[in-house]
Design a protein around this ligand. Structure first.
Ligand code: T4K
Length: 395
């Protein structure tokens, strides 16, 4: 639990020379860790078996439970979400150009680039932060072979509209669901849309396997191909029948996954509590709003996203600087947008001209800490810092 001191006046702010409000940093992406005894038990059994990788019993059990949880036919567990993206992209036969949002973690674009495919960035809807289907349509060229939608913040991309576009133009459609484990769309668990969906179980995700990821799909043949691809294409001793790589999840990661599956509901409940505590504490502050979640859908509340509007008395960067000075390590995800990161800036120097909403949103977002290590009292202090900055004379 963090050690806090209560902030009462603007004179207390660390940027004015006072000690920081939190003696230990408050991180976005602090790992949630389930029952340690359960993990140690599974790890102990693993050591006894001397089976550490290559489709061991823990990975098989983990895949079975994830597939069951999502109501999807296949879960192909991988070493991380980025390799899972790359394997899914290759298995779907994407080539040439693939349309993606720029407003996403850089891995979405890199997974394409790393496979020799050009990521073509389409703009987002500023309300949902997800792809705008009209923008996607406008980026289709004769070289386009696919679309990767991202369910940003666990809120579903426009699944039906993207599927119509894909069907109309004969394109492959898959989703980067790295944020969306435990979330739903139209009453169905995310994991069941497009030809495949990719999950990340990185340490910073609400549910983690240290490092890890998976491709989930209802397509038998695709699942089989991806299982081959993640294990060098081996179909038995000395028999390679497909080009492949090493994308395997290891047993100790599956042990963490099985432990954390039992803890998942507790984490979601803590995240939901934190989200509502932020909502209440920040209500009424000028020029600030929290991204909302559809109460009829499931969400993991992994990300608490604050938007700083133009009429806010402080800028986004001033707020982030003030929070960092108090040891609240808020993040500017996903600023400045993939198209402004060096590899893609050089590729598309003028992309910003068609990515107006991406730039607007990337410039106004702050992601705040949450998770099981954060208390409602901590949130009160974070909100007090924000309140003081917004009420102060920083601008
Ligand atoms: N697609 C999307 C949409 C994604 O968001 C991601 C990953 C992927 C694909 C790729 O999936 P993976 O290949 O990663 O499975 C972090 C994560 O590394 C990344 O997994 C995640 N998205 C992204 C949103 O966040 P960074 O560059 O922000 O990481 P870093 O090192 O700055 O850590 C974030 C915070 O977490 C820090 O404040 C420290 C804290 N932290 C981190 C670790 C690892 C801890 O407190 N403990 C820890 O063990 O990318």
């Amino acid at each position: 639990m963090s050690t806090t001191k209560k902030i009462n006046t603007t004179a207390d702010l660390a940027i004015h020379g006072a000690p920081p409000a939190f003696t230990e940093p408050l991180h976005v992406g602090r790992p949630n860790i389930g029952n340690r005894d359960e993990f140690m038990q599974l790890a102990g059994e693993m050591f006894d078996r001397r089976w550490l990788s290559n489709s061991g019993p823990l990975v098989l059990e983990f895949e079975r439970r994830v597939a069951e949880h999502l109501g999807v036919k296949h879960c192909v567990a991988m070493c991380n979400g980025t390799i899972a993206l790359e394997i899914a992209i290759r298995a779907l036969g994407m080539t040439g150009e693939v349309i993606v949002p720029s407003y996403t973690f850089i891995a979405t674009a890199h997974a394409l680039h790393w496979q020799g495919i050009t990521p073509v960035f389409a703009d987002i809807d500023p309300r949902t932060h997800n792809l705008n289907p009209d923008a996607v349509r406008s980026m289709i060229t004769p070289r386009t072979t696919g679309i990767i939608g991202v369910h940003l913040w666990g809120r579903a991309a426009p699944v039906e509209a993207l599927q119509s576009i894909a069907d109309e133009h004969g394109l492959q459609l898959m989703f980067d669901a790295a944020h969306a484990f435990g979330c739903s769309h139209a009453g169905q668990r995310i994991g069941n849309f497009g030809r495949a969906e990719v999950l990340s179980f990185h340490a910073t995700k609400f549910f983690n396997t240290f490092e890890g990821g998976a491709v989930v799909t209802n397509d038998d043949e695709l699942a089989e191909t991806m299982r081959l691809m993640r294990n060098f294409g081996f179909a038995g001793f000395d028999n390679v029948i497909h080009p492949g790589t090493n994308g395997k999840m290891i047993e100790v990661c599956a042990a963490m996954g099985l432990t954390n599956l039992d803890y998942m509901d507790t984490v979601i409940e803590a995240n939901r509590r934190n989200y509502h505590a932020y909502r209440e504490a920040l209500a009424g502050l000028p020029g600030l709003s929290l991204v909302t979640f559809d109460k009829d859908e499931l969400n993991n509340y992994q990300y608490v996203i604050l938007e700083v509007d133009d009429d806010c008395p402080a800028s986004r960067d001033q707020l982030v600087a003030a929070l960092h000075a108090e040891n609240v390590l808020a993040r500017k995800y996903f600023w400045p947008g993939c198209h402004r990161m060096k590899p893609y800036r050089d590729l598309f120097p003028h992309a910003g001209l068609v990515l107006e909403n991406t730039e607007k949103v990337a410039n106004r977002v702050i992601v705040l800490p949450t998770g099981t290590t954060l208390s409602v009292q901590d949130i009160g202090v974070v909100a007090a810092i924000i309140g003081q900055v917004v009420g102060g004379k920083l601008k």
